[in-house]
Design a binder for this molecule. Structure first.
Ligand code: OSB
Ligand code: MG
Length: 372
């Protein structure tokens, strides 16, 4: 596959509703999109780096120059046969996984279109529908949270995950379980606790949670194993798992019983598949995480979620939960029983609305061989 050009775009999209985690609240997204031209087809990728270096050290202002000065030139200089070849090309650059993933995933996207094959099949998926959950941010009041949960349950979602932090945890769990004793419920702490709080974290055991996601430090695996020995609730790791080696070590020492896979966090589809396979070998289920993606990243998450070991509902939800108007057609729809249907259409099965992308664009730059 000969990559002729790579275009980076920053688009702005206001969120339908603010999203708050233990590291802050956002009202609108700055999203970095990437497209490549290869042998007459266009492939799209989304860089999931955030507006700020809070979830990860990467953010939109590190991704742009890293792609421009390092990753794009590597890809433009060499021919790659397939998306799976990008990883090796980028190894000299340390970290910057979200930037790498945007490029690699665009190559996979182009490859699927070129082969007139569904992306999910190219990735090795088998599922014909995927199971959906929602991630509900911290609200201004517990009453607002209960109302949100009720709306999502009515919409059909199969798992409710709430964001927690000290001061917004046991109190809201009490309220939720008083109203719904048996819904599938998870919490995500985004590293809001420390090991000094084991006694506090043990109290989560009373709420019959499917998991507690990333309770401790984002750069720590071993201490999660210690915590897992002290609590009954299953730990799920998100931020701590950056590649398949991390996953293997974490599962070997018992630092988690479930893994969240985000394709951007681990550097692209190839590594995401490896993490998936490692978890399978340990007989540990995985689910697909979300990063408030536009339709492009969302469509890629859907394709990835068709792999066999995505056994738990993911944070892959309908476009309309985030956007008044999504940049893909059709937008992502979730059925009243909380499923997304997988089609046999080539590529992602979703068309990029390029005019809408253009109208949301605030900066754009195209790179060609020898011209950076
Ligand atoms: O930890 O899963 C997370 C959003 C931004 C950063 C981190 C996380 C999240 C979410 C949102 O939980 C999931 C979604 O896209 O619906
Ligand atoms: Mg998380």
């Amino acid at each position: 596959m000969k990559i002729e050009s790579i275009t980076l775009r920053e688009i702005h999209m206001p969120l339908v509703q603010f999203f708050e985690t233990s590291f802050g609240r956002i009202y609108s997204r700055r999203i970095l999109l990437l497209s490549i031209e290869a042998d007459g087809v266009r492939g799209w990728g989304e860089c999931v780096a955030g507006e700020d270096p809070y979830y990860s050290p990467e953010w939109i202002e590190t991704a742009w120059p890293t792609i421009k000065h390092y990753l794009a030139p590597l890809l433009l200089e060499k021919e790659v046969d397939a998306g799976r070849d990008c990883g090796a090309l980028f190894t000299r650059v340390r970290g910057h996984r979200m930037a790498k993933a945007a490029l690699e995933n665009a190559v996979w996207d182009a490859e699927a279109r070129q082969k007139q094959m569904p992306l999910w099949k190219l990735l090795g998926g088998t599922r014909r529908e995927i199971s959906c959950g929602v991630s509900i941010g911290i609200q201004d009041t517990p009453e607002q949270l209960l109302q949100k949960i009720e709306n999502e349950l009515t919409a059909g979602y199969r798992r409710i995950k709430i964001k927690v932090k000290p001061g917004w945890d046991l109190n809201v769990l009490e309220r939720i379980r008083a109203r719904w004793t048996d819904i599938v419920l998870s919490v995500d702490a985004n590293s809001a606790y420390t090991l000094d709080e084991v006694e506090h974290l043990r109290k989560f055991d009373a709420f019959n949670l499917l998991m507690i996601e990333q309770p401790l430090w984002n750069d720590e695996i071993y201490l999660h194993a210690r915590l897992q020995k002290a609590i009954r609730t299953a730990i799920c790791l998100d931020e701590s798992i950056l590649n398949a080696r991390d996953a293997d070590c974490a599962l070997e020492i018992g630092a988690a019983r479930i893994l969240n896979i985000k394709v951007g966090r681990v550097g692209g589809f190839s590594e995401a598949k490896k993490v998936h396979d490692v978890a399978s070998r340990h007989n540990v289920p995985v689910w697909c995480g979300g990063m408030l993606e536009s339709g492009i990243g969302r469509a890629h998450n859907i394709a990835l979620s068709t792999l066999e070991n995505f056994r738990l509902p993911g944070d892959v939800s309908a476009s309309k939960r985030y956007w008044k108007e999504d940049i893909i057609d059709p937008e992502v729809k979730v059925s009243s029983n909380g499923m997304i249907a997988i089609t046999d259409a080539p590529g992602t099965g979703y068309r990029v609305r390029e005019n809408l992308v253009r109208s949301f664009t605030v900066r754009e730059e195209t790179f060609r061989k020898g011209k950076v």
